[in-house]
Design a protein around this ligand. Structure first.
Ligand SMILES: N[C@@H](CCC(=O)N[C@@H](CS)C(=O)NCC(=O)O)C(=O)O
Length: 220
């Protein structure tokens, strides 16, 4: 059995789909969540100076989140039933990631208090007018442009998930983001009931329950 270590921050954002894949597949892994000082030093050793980072058997490193998800999905049978289905879910994932990048200045803004406080939970609400401004500038237009297309794709699937054959890593990827949207912009999230329902279905998978009940709440 390979030894896996997933290094990230005490957030869900770019690491949570990998954590969910591990828990779904019931595979052991080290869930390394780094504080600010450790993060700075680990960054220097990671191939792209970024996190998340997956280390396999203490030496091989995969340093891009989407590649980590795809790699793990392949190992644990969450990459679709056929090569064509794999291509289909990858298109959906790339499209969704495009949206995430457009919305990212808002995510950075939302998490900045946590980063300044060395990753301790930020109990203060972000200053309201600024938060609304960032939401209107980045998150909301991205969601409004991309979510309808994502919903159409979900509706065309023959299963409750994005692939006709059933659950794949892309369901973890998208449902986690939708869950975060519910935390930071509930009124916006409510306008996309199909994705809320999808997220609910993914988060009710039995293999995930122990983890979901015990994980610490973070907005992202
Ligand atoms: N394309 C990369 C982006 C990773 C990324 O930007 N990670 C952030 C943390 S969420 C980071 O490490 N930023 C470097 C920094 O802040 O110095 C991926 O998907 O893994």
């Amino acid at each position: 059995m390979p030894e896996y270590k997933l290094s990230y921050l005490p957030l869900r954002y770019l690491a949570e789909p990998a954590r969910l894949i591990f828990h779904y597949a019931q595979e052991e892994f080290e869930d390394e969540q780094l504080g600010f000082d450790e993060w700075e030093s680990v960054k220097q050793t990671s191939p792209f100076n970024t996190l998340p980072l997956l280390t396999i058997n203490g030496k091989t490193q995969i340093g891009q989140s989407m590649t980590i998800f795809r790699y793990l999905a392949k190992q644990f049978g969450l990459d679709g039933g056929t090569d064509l289905e794999d291509a289909h879910i990858n298109c959906i994932a790339e499209y969704f990631r495009e949206m995430m990048e457009k919305a990212r200045p808002f995510v950075r803004f939302w998490n900045r208090g946590i980063v300044e406080k060395n990753f301790e939970q930020n109990d203060e609400e972000p200053e309201f007018p600024l938060a609304v401004q960032q939401l209107k500038l980045y998150l909301e237009p991205a969601v409004r442009e991309y979510f309808p297309v994502i919903i159409d794709l979900l509706k065309k699937s023959k299963s409750d998930f994005f692939a006709d054959s059933g659950i794949t890593w892309v369901d973890f990827f998208i449902s986690e983001y939708v869950d975060s949207l519910k935390n930071v912009a509930p009124e916006l999230a409510e306008q996309y009931p199909e994705l809320l329902e999808h997220s609910k279905i993914v988060h009710s998978i039995p293999q995930l329950q122990n983890y979901l009940e015990s994980r610490k709440h973070t907005d992202w």
